[in-house]
Design a protein. Structure first.
Length: 95
């Protein structure tokens, strides 16, 4: 599997992703941080397990609902483009 990077996902996206849930925000920010410039580090990355099921449920909610505002729509697009692969590789690498 080719390592995917979180580069290009603004840290501010975590607030939108979490939807007010502190644990989701913490886990999402962790994924962004651990996979920043990940192609440079590759398989030496040490990925800790987080609540992957909760992240995937929230991702499904975001996928199912539009935003209605241009600023959060940019966050939504960045999340839907990059986060599914980040969650998948984090789940594999944390095992």
């Amino acid at each position: 599997m080719s390592i995917q990077e979180s580069n290009g996902i603004p840290r501010e996206t975590a607030d939108y992703f979490a939807g007010g849930h502190k644990s989701l925000k913490k886990d999402f920010q962790y994924l962004i941080d651990v996979f920043h410039d990940a192609k440079e580090y590759g398989s030496i990355l040490n990925v800790e397990p987080v609540d992957f099921d909760a992240l995937e449920r929230r991702l499904g909610e975001i996928r199912a609902h539009g935003t209605g505002d241009l600023f959060t729509e940019a966050y939504r697009r960045a999340i839907l483009e990059k986060v599914p692969a980040l969650i998948k590789q984090a789940r594999i690498m944390s095992g």
